[in-house]
Design a protein around this ligand. Structure first.
Ligand SMILES: *[C@@H]1O[C@H](CO)[C@@H](O)[C@H](O)[C@H]1NC(C)=O
Ligand SMILES: *[C@@H]1O[C@H](CO)[C@@H](O)[C@H](O)[C@H]1NC(C)=O
Ligand SMILES: *[C@@H]1O[C@H](CO)[C@@H](O)[C@H](O)[C@H]1NC(C)=O
Length: 432
């Protein structure tokens, strides 16, 4: 073989071109192969190759949107103000990838989104399917579980059928199946939603705010595998209750899309959010304890811990309380939970009889209008949004603004440590 230095120019060019193609192929294959590995490899896709990054799904939600002003309706895609930019001094002009970039993707920066529901509640699937389509989210459905399909021998140790109704064991198992799937398929993270889920129409900006706070609280490096940071077990992206048990949190004061106290449908919320200084503030908590499971996210490690300590352990509680107890440290195992308040995802009850609402128990048979726990509901605005509107309307007259651009993003906040949390935030009676 002729040494390269002596080779004719044409051969050199051929070798160079072949080598480039091979390198390109290796890079492409490497980028595609992340499905199978739970190892949190840091992948850097710097500026020039960014067109190959996953496309942002929702045209009207630019992933680089940064809208610090509450009344700005023009948070343009080309905005040069990017608080999360990560300039690389070694190569001027080449901007490193925004660590929050992937929150703009079709799985909200998680590896998968699993949606749990009974295939015979086709009505609920219709609603979630159209909502996901509006939001540019890709869901994978997983079948709900009926108690009749679980042999009593397979119930968790400690489960008391005198206290728990049979729908609760079905719900518990359906979530455990989704969690088992994360471990089985080695997903680095996944969000799990239920079929009555609803979310704020400006959820991308809220999720970026959540991730910014979560990263600050974790002390994340600039580059992480997950846009939410790499040191968490569970994220309460949604819920019907939230509090913190740690006195350090991330807060944006006077954030206008926070639901006012009189309209909170949550079972409980952080008492600190009612103190004058924090009224109208948006929080991200480390040591978050939530309840209800319309939407939450797990890391691979978090999912493994749940199978180990909840499924293989003793469980007297419903799935949501079991998760709350893990987060509250009641099981004496390290389990890091972060949460946003107000929650970004919550529940939706479509117009009709309350009997239709839940698979867990029968509601009031009386008719009720379409109701949601979130302020600028995707579901309530669905008609408007499929008609091409780029804004959503608030449910309540107290909200200011009444109309929110879909690409609204809350201003960034700051880390605060208080001397002591209010008494109610510290009591643990709700998750014994
Ligand atoms: C979205 O981003 C996450 C985090 O980088 C990644 O794991 C996931 O594969 C992405 N989803 C899609 C559909 O590209
Ligand atoms: C929040 O807004 C109120 C009224 O506009 C103002 O008095 C207060 O100082 C603001 N709080 C913070 C922490 O910025
Ligand atoms: C839908 O959008 C069209 C075009 O903007 C508008 O003329 C029409 O009034 C809208 N319809 C509804 C029901 O919002």
């Amino acid at each position: 073989m002729v040494p390269l230095a002596d080779a004719p120019r044409r051969v050199k060019v051929f070798v160079a071109v072949t080598a480039s193609i091979l390198i390109l192929l290796v890079v492409l294959l490497w980028q595609d192969s992340d499905d199978a590995t739970p190892v949190w490899v840091t992948k850097n896709k710097p500026g020039p190759s960014s067109p190959s990054a996953p496309a942002d799904h929702h045209a009207s939600v630019p992933s680089t949107s940064s809208t610090p002003s509450k009344d700005s309706k023009t948070s343009a895609a080309g905005s040069s103000k990017d608080t999360h930019s990560n300039p690389n001094p070694a190569s001027p002009g080449v901007k490193a990838k925004d660590p929050l970039h992937d929150i703009g993707n079709s799985t909200l920066g998680f590896e998968r989104i699993f949606a749990i529901g009974f295939s015979n509640r086709m009505d609920k699937r219709d609603a979630v399917t159209v909502g996901a389509s509006i939001a540019g989210l890709d869901l994978e459905w997983m079948e709900g579980v009926r108690a009749a399909d679980i042999p009593e021998k397979g119930y968790p140790e400690g489960w008391d059928t005198n206290i728990r109704n049979e729908n609760e064991i079905g719900c518990w198992r359906a979530h455990m199946n989704a969690i088992q799937r994360i471990v089985q398929e080695k997903r680095s993270s996944a969000m799990i939603v239920e079929d009555d889920v609803d979310w704020e129409a400006h959820f991308r900006g809220l999720s970026r705010h959540f991730a910014t706070g979560a990263r600050a609280l974790q002390g994340s490096a600039e580059e992480t595998r997950s846009p939410y940071g790499d040191d968490w077990d569970l994220l309460w992206t949604g819920g019907c209750a939230m509090r913190t048990i740690k006195p350090t949190f991330y807060v944006t004061y006077n954030e206008t899309t926070v639901r006012p106290v009189e309209h909170r449908k949550d079972i409980w919320w952080p008492k600190i959010s009612e103190e004058p200084e924090y009224e109208g503030a948006r929080f991200v908590f480390d040591g978050a304890v939530g309840d209800c499971t319309p939407s939450y996210a797990l890391s691979y490690q978090g999912a493994r811990k749940i199978l180990t300590y909840i499924s293989m352990g003793t469980t007297t509680n419903t799935i949501d309380i079991a998760l709350a107890r893990l987060c509250a440290g009641k099981l004496d195992v390290p389990f890091r939970c972060l949460g946003a308040y107000p929650t970004i995802f919550s529940s939706f009850w479509r117009a009709g009889s309350g009997m239709r609402d839940s698979e867990l128990r029968d509601g009031d048979p009386a008719w009720h209008p379409a109701t949601s726990a979130v302020a600028y509901s995707t579901m309530i605005n669905a008609g408007r949004l499929i008609n091409g509107s780029t804004t959503a309307l608030a449910q309540w007259p107290e909200m200011n603004p009444q109309e929110i651009p879909l690409d609204y993003e809350p201003p960034s906040g700051e880390i605060v440590t208080v001397d002591e949390l209010p008494e109610e935030d510290r009591t643990e009676d709700d998750f014994p």
